[in-house]
Design a binder for this molecule. Structure first.
Ligand code: SF4
Length: 771
């Protein structure tokens, strides 16, 4: 393929037209995209009551290939009736993530029973009866409940409420595998785990630090914001071991000039070691102090380079951090960050002159054993110049799935926030369990120890997302019953199967729900999705399923201990408006959600965007923390990455356009390392880590990656990811994995599914199949 030199642009537009043909034409896709539903993909957030392709700042049309990919996947035909009879589970295990996704929409519950080789269709009543019977026969703390960020606030709230009243706190979500380090890191410094800015703050910044991420592929519409910053004369500092094409130049489809000529995004591009960000942050902080000493009267605008007055009155820990910066040598910083001192000084000089700085980061920061520490250091760097608590400046984790932040807000965490816990007990007159709730990895550890008998997955791909695929498979295989609520197939359905029974329940997509639902963007903006007509006969609404399950297990009602208080009406909880009323009374900041379906008024959660230097901590001050820097890498370091054609574990396209790759079984490696290791470009290699080994991978020459680092696609490469996790946040280290690489003659092979059984036709075809 010809080398792509710009992200987005005509290729994205042409892709959209091609996909439209596959799902019944451009008009059908346009109508679906413009419906009043929140985008199903990333947490930047689009759509809602403004209609699709409109962002929070009101820009239209915000065309985004990622959002089209998700929509097209939901518009595909149903899984053909003979599919499960044709393919055994061992055969499904040979399917790639892309092939699983393109097998069609799930339209009927299926079960895999002990000893069986095939899933088989069952009726809804049978499926629900089996699940309820298992729950009634199981101790609550031998069950766990895993949530993805795909589902609505209503489904998340209802399922966690049911799980707790059933008797367990083993409630967790996929953020434990991505941004938990952001939440923990931010909370420990400024008292809140959410970002402190709104989208418009980012647009008004005069410098944006983009650390460890590739939003050009994963959050495409953020590129317009970065383009706007550059056009106003602002700076964008990109910190990433890979030079990502779309972060250098992006052709913004909704901007005629940028569409034709592209827009420069990065004003400075830095390539640290994988995991070198913590040392780099310390280098920047150290240099700020040096600049302050050189210019005690401040920068060109007369603002202090280090705002000691602010630090004294609004933070604790500055003397300790200053002493640490004083004692830290430049040699150590340079060796451990992998960035030359002159470059650190140049970036610090830009930051020292800025008035409004936004620090944004993604999983290149969080996926390390020092992920939360790096977030703490980023926050300290911002606080040194008072860049938190003023408009147009702040801290922003760039989150993944469209409602992952909402899941945390409505209580999908092992430990409920005290305010929600207290309100739940007093409002409903119930007693909640106080036993320790396990995070995601702890649940799998418990399963591996034979202590879990039931696992329930509200969306997502727990097996696919987990580190150490060998361990994940083994752990899930020890659970008696595993239940999935899914729209389409993924590798978890083949590999993450239970020992007794695995049940897949087909669910409606967000824009097919019969009643409105809500989602929260990473900017803490609550959107209302109208729902819409189901594309298939068969799938059910998530809240209907959860309500049904609660009735079967707990009865129609859970009585309040307080006289005169109404009981929890589990059947009534099948209606999203009833759930929203409860959320509004129980979750601080979401009071307005009760009337959102009537007023249609979407809103920012109050208190999240910080424009005053007062922090939601007990004393209103931020806390600066001090760290040891992790050692510089000594051998090859693997970073798992996502491609332009995927979102989380879902692979929509095999090709990775912006990295000029056409397949996924590859190791991206610098030409210098290819020569040094005696590899052949295009040849096969064997790559091994402490967790596992992959053979027959193709050596992909890639001069955009820093020498000493190699990259492979997640989730396939999770075989190589050890399950060691950041001690502060429990986020697994999916990056900075020590690996060895050798030439290998071994071949990798897939059983290719018959084309006529996958990639089913249009929704109309599908209605015929299952109607
Ligand atoms: S940037 Fe994210 S929220 Fe916006 S349209 Fe694209 S995938 Fe959807």
């Amino acid at each position: 393929m010809s080398r792509v030199t710009s992200g987005g642009g005509w290729r994205a537009v042409l892709y959209t037209l091609k996909k439209a043909r596959e799902v019944g034409g451009l008009w059908a896709l346009w109508k679906a995209m413009r419906s009043k539903n929140a985008c199903k993909t990333c947490a930047v957030g689009m759509g809602g009551q403004s209609g699709g392709m409109v962002n929070e700042a009101g820009h239209f049309p915000e065309v985004c290939k990622k959002s089209f990919q998700a929509m097209v996947a939901d518009m595909q035909g149903g899984v053909k009736p003979e599919f499960f009879a044709t393919y055994s589970v061992p055969q499904l295990r040979a399917f790639s993530p892309h092939q699983m996704e393109h097998s069609g929409r799930l339209v009927q519950p299926v079960v895999l029973e002990k000893g069986a080789q095939h899933y088989r269709p069952i009726e809804w009543a049978d499926a629900m009866g089996r699940i309820a019977a298992k729950l009634k026969a199981t101790k609550p703390d031998e069950t766990f409940w895993y949530f993805s960020g795909r589902s609505s606030n209503e489904a998340g709230f209802l399922l966690q409420l049911f799980a707790r009243l059933y008797g367990t706190n083993h409630v967790n979500n996929c953020s434990f595998y991505c941004h938990q380090a952001s939440g923990v890191g931010l909370s420990s410094v400024i008292g809140t785990g959410a970002g402190t800015v709104k989208l418009e703050d980012m647009e008004h910044a005069d410098i944006v630090f983009l650390i460890g991420g590739n939003p050009a592929s994963n959050h495409p519409r953020l590129m317009r914001t970065l383009m706007t910053v550059r056009r106003r004369g602002g700076k964008v500092v990109v910190i990433n071991p890979i030079i990502e094409t779309g972060l250098v130049n992006f052709s913004v489809p909704s901007d005629p000039w940028a569409l034709f000529f592209g827009a420069e995004i990065a004003s400075t591009y830095v390539q640290p070691h994988v995991g070198g960000d913590l040392a780099l942050m310390y280098g920047l902080m150290k240099r700020l102090r040096e600049l302050q000493a050189l210019a005690p009267r401040g920068n060109a605008a007369g603002e202090p380079v280090v705002d000691e007055d602010f630090l004294e009155h609004h933070a604790t820990g500055w003397p300790e951090l200053a002493a640490r910066l004083e004692s830290l040598s430049w040699d150590e910083i340079v060796a451990k960050s992998g960035v030359e001192r002159a470059q650190i000084e140049a970036i610090a000089a830009q930051y020292a002159e800025s008035k409004r700085a936004v620090f944004a980061w993604t999983m290149g920061v969080t996926h390390h054993l020092h992920g939360a520490a790096t977030v703490q250091a980023i926050a300290s760097l911002a606080l040194m110049r008072r860049m938190v608590g003023r408009p147009g400046a702040g801290l922003q984790p760039i989150r993944g799935h469209s409602n992952i932040q909402g899941m945390g807000t409505v209580g999908v965490t092992p430990t409920l926030k005290k305010a929600i816990f207290d309100r739940l007990e007093s409002h409903f007159g119930v007693t909640l369990p106080t036993t320790k709730g396990f995070d995601t990895l702890e649940c799998l550890d418990a399963a591996d120890e034979g202590k879990m008998r039931f696992g329930f997955c509200l969306g997502g791909n727990l097996y696919g997302a987990s580190p150490d695929a060998t361990f994940s498979r083994r752990a899930m295989g020890k659970i008696d019953t595993v239940v999935y609520m899914s729209t389409s197939l993924n590798t978890g359905h083949a590999w993450g199967t239970g020992s007794e029974e695995t049940i897949i329940l087909p669910v409606l997509a967000r824009d097919e729900e019969p009643e409105p639902s809500t989602q929260e963007s990473m900017f803490s903006y609550i959107r209302l999705s109208d729902g819409g007509r189901p594309r298939h006969v068969g799938p059910r609404s998530e809240v209907e399923i959860i309500s049904d399950l609660a009735v079967r297990v707990l009865g129609e009602q859970t009585e309040s201990a307080h006289s005169g208080r109404p009981p929890i009406d589990w059947r009534g909880m099948a209606h999203t408006s009833t759930i929203r009323t409860a959320i509004s009374q129980l979750v601080p900041g979401l009071e307005e959600i009760a009337s959102i379906d009537r007023t249609k008024k979407e809103f920012s959660i109050p208190g999240r965007a910080l424009d005053k230097p007062s922090f939601p901590t007990p004393d209103g001050r931020a806390t600066l923390l001090v760290h040891d820097l992790p050692a510089a890498p000594t051998g090859l370091q693997l970073m798992t990455i996502r491609s332009e054609g995927q979102f989380n574990t879902v692979v929509y396209e095999e090709e990775d356009l912006y990295r000029n790759q056409t397949r996924r079984d590859i190791v991206l490696i610098h030409p210098d390392d290819i020569r040094r290791l005696g590899l052949t470009p295009g040849g096969r290699c064997r790559i091994a880590s402490a967790a596992g080994e992959m053979r027959g991978q193709i050596v992909a020459e890639f001069d955009q990656i820093r020498p000493g680092s190699v990259a492979m696609y997640y989730p396939e490469s999770n075989i190589l990811v050890p399950k060691s996790a950041d001690p502060l946040s429990r986020t697994p280290a999916y990056k900075s994995i020590a690996v060895t690489l050798h030439p290998d003659a071994g071949q990798r092979s897939f059983v290719q599914p018959a084309p006529e059984l996958i990639g089913a036709g249009t929704p109309r075809d599908k209605m015929n199949q299952c109607g």
